[in-house]
Design a protein around this ligand. Structure first.
Ligand SMILES: Nc1ncnc2c1ncn2[C@@H]1O[C@H](COP(=O)(O)OP(=O)(O)OP(=O)(O)O)[C@@H](O)[C@H]1O
Ligand code: SF4
Ligand SMILES: [Mg+2]
Length: 328
């Protein structure tokens, strides 16, 4: 199947100044995203997981053309999204929607729910004026909100209800792909499951694709067909969701899995792993970037960089770890 969205070897590095000017500062770069390739197919959900600072939001903003990569390409239906203009750009802006973590910050506090959801319908001229109210009410019903919400303002809603409004606004334009950047992390655990159910229902009904981003591996399990695990700006494992949850290949994935609380408030993570803090993306460790925290590191790990490769006998999976290549 042809990919809807194709991200090839994208990099985003930010210049930073290091050291005191008195002693001579040197320019170094913060590698927010450092060579990521992923694709999303129609009616599929790609989960993207990693700890804070691993580059997930930077990747999401490049995928949606809100941020231009320094290197690499982003293609939607085979076309470079940064080469689009006019009608084609407008069509891309309609086809790909982004939902953010904080539903309050992404809503205009002075606009009613009706105004918020009617706006994209008007911009894209999708519904005759006389039918906008009915269309907005139908979109609200898709996300489990009644018509009584129409005249209300964001502050009158709970976090979960606000996120529903954001989803309804994204849905208004019948997108082909929704990039959801930690859509659940600002919400109570009990509400998270409701939002997941709404997203899963929409996928089944509309055939939409998602990129679903979370720092919690267990949360993406409910929705994802495949999962990419990010560490310090790179993908360290990319597998079908079932295979990944049954038997993670990368020690970092295994650590995230053991430590993930998931959606069940009564579940206790087995242990607090991965141990230690994520190193700074300004000073990425030599060799395998995960080696200072890896419980399974061995001789070449601190000096040889592990490439992302398909291990023998692991069809459709790639991993960046020496346990799975020639050093094994
Ligand atoms: N505009 C910027 N200028 C400098 N550094 C940036 C900028 N945007 C992001 N970064 C840095 O890039 C790295 C990746 O950030 P990003 O927000 O993509 O991570 P994330 O995985 O989304 O984290 P979180 O889980 O906290 O949302 C971080 O170290 C961040 O501080
Ligand atoms: S390459 Fe070595 S340090 Fe890196 S994850 Fe694999 S075993 Fe651990
Ligand atoms: Mg983020």
């Amino acid at each position: 199947m042809a990919a809807l969205l194709n991200v090839h070897d994208v990099k985003k590095h930010y210049p930073v100044r290091k050291g005191f000017a008195l002693f001579g500062s040197r320019g170094v770069s913060l590698k927010a995203v450092d060579g990521v390739s992923l694709s999303v197919e129609e009616n599929r959900v790609l989960g993207v997981v990693g700890e804070s600072g691993s580059g997930k939001s930077t990747l999401a903003r490049m995928m949606t053309a809100l941020l231009k990569p320094d290197y690499g390409s982003v293609e939607f239906e085979g076309k470079n999204v940064f080469g689009l203009s006019g009608k084609e750009l407008k069509a891309f802006r309609r086809a790909v929607q982004i939902i953010f973590q904080d539903p309050f910050a992404s809503l205009n506090p002075r606009a009613t729910v009706f105004e918020t959801i009617a706006e994209p319908l008007k911009i894209h001229g999708l519904v005759p004026r006389g039918q906008i109210r009915d269309k907005v009410a139908a979109l609200l019903s898709e996300v489990g909100l009644g018509p009584d919400s129409l005249g209300r303002y964001p502050h009158e809603f709970s976090g979960g209800q606000r996120q529903r409004v954001c989803i309804a606004r994204a849905l208004a334009v019948s997108p082909r792909l929704i990039v959801a950047d930690e859509p659940l992390s600002a919400l109570d655990v009990s509400i998270q499951a409701q939002i997941i159910n709404i997203l899963a229902g929409l996928k089944a009904r509309t055939g939409m694709a998602y990129v679903f981003i979370s720092h919690d591996l267990r949360v993406v399990e409910y929705l994802s067909d495949e999962v990419a695990v990010m560490y310090l700006g790179r993908v360290v494992e990319h597998s079908g969701a079932e295979e990944l949850f049954a038997a993670p290949l990368h020690p970092y994935t295994a650590g995230l899995l053991a430590s993930a609380p998931g959606l069940d408030p009564s579940s206790k993570p087995e242990r607090q792993v991965p141990k230690g803090d994520v190193p700074s993306p300004i000073d990425i460790p030599s060799g395998c970037p995960f080696h200072p925290r890896c419980p399974r590191r061995f001789e070449p790990c601190d000096r040889v960089f592990p490439k992302l490769v398909q291990p023998a006998g692991q069809q459709g999976r790639v991993v960046a770890c020496h346990l799975w290549n020639q050093y094994r």
